[in-house]
Design a protein around this ligand. Structure first.
Ligand code: CA
Length: 227
């Protein structure tokens, strides 16, 4: 039975979360807002706007102004870009290339389901990872009204895949992404590529939690040899 794999991007394909966390923590601090690296990982997948709204509500018990949201988000984005440029680009997650190659060798579908709205995404993906991606198998910020943790991104991917739900597997790293996949009624494999506890991912509803892409690959190979 062929399958469709829905890969999240940040923290699953790209190791971008460490720099996102540094940028969020630093810029929030400059605005007097308490925000930890763990806060960043727990909130991963939410829009910048809602993260800023919540931080200001918590710190000052009031609504954020549109100017505050705009300023803080712009500062965070430019800080992140600076970190990325300093590092010479974003590294890929260790071992994910082998997972992608194995999935492709099985003849299964490979999708990217991300909240990112970067128009050059496909070029970036196919440049640094095995060239297994195509524009017609991508769900980005341009395809959905509601982002994760809403199920919409994964429901869209499932609908377009033409597969039955039990043939679709979501690969996620963050609690809100896991919730999105589960709310869409799909199987969710979590790979813990960040600083969260295994329980954070299990409590979000993950069907399986792996500590690395290498562990996921072993599981896929074992499953694949049984049918
Ligand atoms: Ca993610």
């Amino acid at each position: 039975m062929n399958k469709a794999y829905f890969f999240d991007m940040d923290g699953v394909l790209f190791d971008s979360m460490p720099n996102h966390a540094i940028a969020w923590e630093e810029v929030m601090k400059q605005h007097g807002l308490p925000f930890t690296v763990r806060d960043c990982y727990i909130n991963e997948g939410r829009t910048g706007e809602s993260v800023i709204r919540e931080a200001i509500l918590k710190a000052y018990s009031r609504e954020a102004t549109p100017e505050e949201i705009q300023t803080i988000y712009a500062e965070k984005s430019s800080y992140y870009t600076m970190l990325e440029q300093k590092a010479g680009g974003t590294p890929v997650i260790n071992g994910v290339a082998s997972v992608l190659e194995f999935v492709q060798s099985c003849g299964d579908q490979i999708w990217v389901v991300t909240g990112s709205g970067m128009r050059t995404l496909l070029d970036k993906l196919n440049k640094v990872l095995p060239p297994v991606f195509s524009t017609d198998r991508m769900i980005t910020a341009f395809d959905v009204v509601k982002g994760k943790p809403d199920p919409e991104p994964y429901i869209k991917a499932w609908e377009r895949s033409g597969m039955a739900k039990e043939q679709c597997i979501v690969v996620e790293n963050a609690p809100l992404g896991i919730q999105s996949g589960k709310a869409a009624g799909l199987v969710v494999y979590a790979v813990n590529t960040g600083i969260l506890e295994r329980e954070d991912l299990l409590n979000a509803g993950a069907d399986k939690v792996f500590n690395s892409m290498q562990e996921l690959l072993i599981d896929l190979k074992t499953e694949n040899s049984t049918y």
